[in-house]
Design a protein around this ligand. Structure first.
Ligand code: SAM
Ligand code: SF4
Length: 334
């Protein structure tokens, strides 16, 4: 069966799976200070259920899988899930988004199970500030994790950084220098009004144009055409070994290049990060749905992917109240 296209003819080949909503950090832009009520153990999607969904999703053209969370490395036996998914014909790539704290321990094990790449979320390279932003994280363990991931061949390691005004935006140039000095790809992501009720304000979100201008001042940026779809725009520089990427959900057209659907940690398919619509695929599976029925639900979730052009600032301003009450990224699978 052929590839599926979303409502505006986008090719949907990418499934992001949140394997847990639990996390060993409490980043100020992601989690409220009093934490979140975790999904009950019985409601968390089981590995066998994930594997079945991925197998069926390949009939629709899904080729790439990203494991995320919460913090995916806090879920036990992740290597089993990775090995099982990589045995599914037509899956071309499995990657992981992690805060990196446990990467040192798991990088080699996961790489031998079939993991290909990692994205590490890191918002400060100053130990004290890192601890504040993550409410307790240890920067050294993350840096060691990144090195271990490189040694395990999980290349290129990509760092995701969210500049937030008055919190870490003075480190934009320092992060850009990481791409000059190392092979790391540094991606700047605009701060979104999701899950961060306490610190969100429009003014705190640094627009890509501003970030790009500051990065360009220390390294001339040349656009790169990278294969594949997806929201990141990449640049290289003659003086840099790594690349620089920008992800601009707030100020740029984003929906048109969105090639993904999400599976939440409680087993729901979420066609769009910014829409509350979810399809409860786990409950259907647990009440005996056939592969055909699961396939129908997956196709439906692609068909209802919203067409909205972008989350332009004015749209955000209008809907700020609603967005602020969206499920945090840790639940959705950021
Ligand atoms: N725990 C893992 C990590 O931190 O990489 C995976 C899950 S985390 C929810 C996935 C990504 O969502 C991270 O890169 C994080 O920076 C991003 N994220 C969380 N809240 C966000 C927000 N309000 N705006 C932009 N990105 C956000
Ligand atoms: Fe945890 Fe990732 Fe959210 Fe930070 S961004 S609290 S590491 S899920």
């Amino acid at each position: 069966m052929g590839m599926i296209k979303g409502s505006s003819e986008r090719i949907i080949d990418y499934l992001r799976i949140s394997v847990t909503d639990r996390c060993n950090l409490r980043c100020i832009y992601c989690m409220p200070s009093d934490g979140i009520r975790p999904v009950k153990h019985k409601d968390i999607i089981r590995y066998e259920e994930i594997i079945r969904i991925v197998r069926i999703a390949t009939y629709l053209g899904i080729k790439k899988i990203r494991l995320t969370g919460g913090e995916p490395l806090v879920r036990k036996n992740l290597e089993y899930l990775i090995a099982s998914i990589s045995n599914i014909p037509k899956i071309q790539e499995i990657s992981l988004t992690t805060n990196g704290v446990l990467l040192k321990e798991y990088a080699h094990l996961l790489a031998s199970a079939g993991l290909r790449r990692v994205n590490v979320s890191l918002d400060s390279i100053r130990p004290g500030r890192y601890k504040e932003i993550t409410r307790g994280g240890d920067l050294r363990s993350v840096m060691e994790g990144i090195h271990e991931a490189e040694r395990a061949g999980l290349l290129p390691v990509k760092i995701n950084m969210i500049p937030i005004k008055g919190i870490n935006d003075d480190e934009i140039e320092e992060f850009a220098r990481l791409a000059i000095e190392t092979h790391i790809h540094v991606r700047f992501i605009e701060f979104m009004p999701i899950g961060a009720r306490e610190i969100w304000s429009q003014e705190r979100s640094v627009p890509t144009d501003e970030i790009k201008e500051r990065v360009s001042a220390i390294m001339p940026l040349l656009p790169v055409k990278v294969r594949g779809l997806g929201p990141a725009r990449y640049f290289r520089s003659e003086i840099a070994r790594g690349a620089i990427g920008f992800i601009s959900p707030v100020t740029d057209h984003f929906c048109n290049s969105c090639n993904r659907i999400r599976l939440t940690s409680d087993g729901k398919i979420r066609p769009c990060l910014f829409s509350e619509t979810e399809i409860d695929i786990k409950s259907e599976m647990r009440s005996g749905a056939s592969d055909k029925e699961i396939e129908r639900l997956l196709r439906l979730s692609v068909a209802i992917k919203p067409k909205r052009d972008s989350l332009k600032p004015q749209i955000l301003m209008e809907h700020e109240r609603d967005f602020a009450f969206l499920r945090p990224m840790s639940k959705i699978g950021g």
